[in-house]
Design a protein around this ligand. Structure first.
Ligand code: AP5
Ligand code: MG
Length: 217
């Protein structure tokens, strides 16, 4: 299965990706996590993209497309994968199609902007695994520490309210149109692929997860 998670910043893509990976045994490919890895390792690409990410803008399409194309060639993607945060522009979606990658399922997680700002101010993450917590909605067993490894959790540099609002504006103008792109693709495809669904992301994480599992089953 090749699936895509689309949704505004903080809609729960990373949270749901953890459940989907485990249940369907496919890797999560989060372009945000991959970029943050470059930033933390201070690679040349990391240095280049850090300023862009901290400002809430999108990293140039050519960098991202190359990074994803290399990643999906790895053996762990042979049975499928879950894209989290990619594609994020129509150009990225077209590049995926041009590379012959057929997508089966597209999940749009819908959460209103004001809810997003609340969520991101309380988010803590475990960078090595991608596990995500929230001080109120999904607290770790021990404050600021990962449940599985016990390692310290971090807060992201781009979760300041001003940057979150910028990321939301970028989402509405540049990313939301890819839902229409996939709906049109589905209408033209003989098998109706990809299947596209919009899910209410305001329910608790496990309720959102059940709805996603029903769609993917
Ligand atoms: P990226 O890392 O992809 O960030 P994002 O899309 O802004 O999304 P987030 O990771 O912030 O949120 P999420 O939807 O994963 O939510 P989460 O599960 O953590 O991208 C970062 C940057 O990298 C971009 O701004 C851009 O610069 C660059 N970039 C990345 N990909 C790119 C691309 N393809 N092209 C160009 N540039 C790219 O949940 C959030 C919080 O809410 C958590 O605390 C969680 O515990 C809580 N929560 C989750 N679900 C619920 C729920 N149902 N109820 C209550 N709380 C919940
Ligand atoms: Mg995420």
């Amino acid at each position: 299965m090749r699936a895509i998670l689309i949704g505004p910043p903080g809609s729960g893509k990373g949270t749901q990706a953890q459940f989907i990976m485990e249940r369907f045994e496919i890797p999560q490919i989060s372009t945000g996590d991959m970029l943050r890895q470059h930033v933390s390792e201070k690679t040349p690409m990391g240095t280049q993209v850090k300023i862009i990410m901290d400002s809430g803008k999108l990293v140039p399409d050519d960098i991202i497309i190359k990074m994803v194309q290399e990643r999906i060639k790895k053996p762990d993607c042979s049975k499928g994968f879950l894209l989290d945060g990619f594609p994020r522009t129509v150009k990225q979606a077209e590049a995926l199609a041009m590379a012959g990658v057929q997508i089966d399922k597209v999940i749009e997680i819908d959460v209103p902007d004001d809810e997003i700002v609340k969520r991101l101010s309380g988010r803590w993450t475990h960078p090595a695994s991608g596990r995500v917590y929230h001080t109120t909605f999904q607290p770790p067993n021990r404050a600021h520490h990962d449940d599985v490894t016990g390692e310290p959790l971090i807060q992201r540099d781009d979760d300041k309210e001003e940057t979150v609002r910028k990321r939301l504006a970028v989402y509405h103008t540049q990313t939301a149109p890819i839902v229409g792109y996939y709906q049109r693709l589905s209408l033209r495809d003989p098998q109706g692929l990809p299947n596209v669904i919009k899910i209410n992301g305001q329910e608790p994480p496990l309720v959102v997860c059940e709805e996603i599992f029903r769609f993917l089953a």
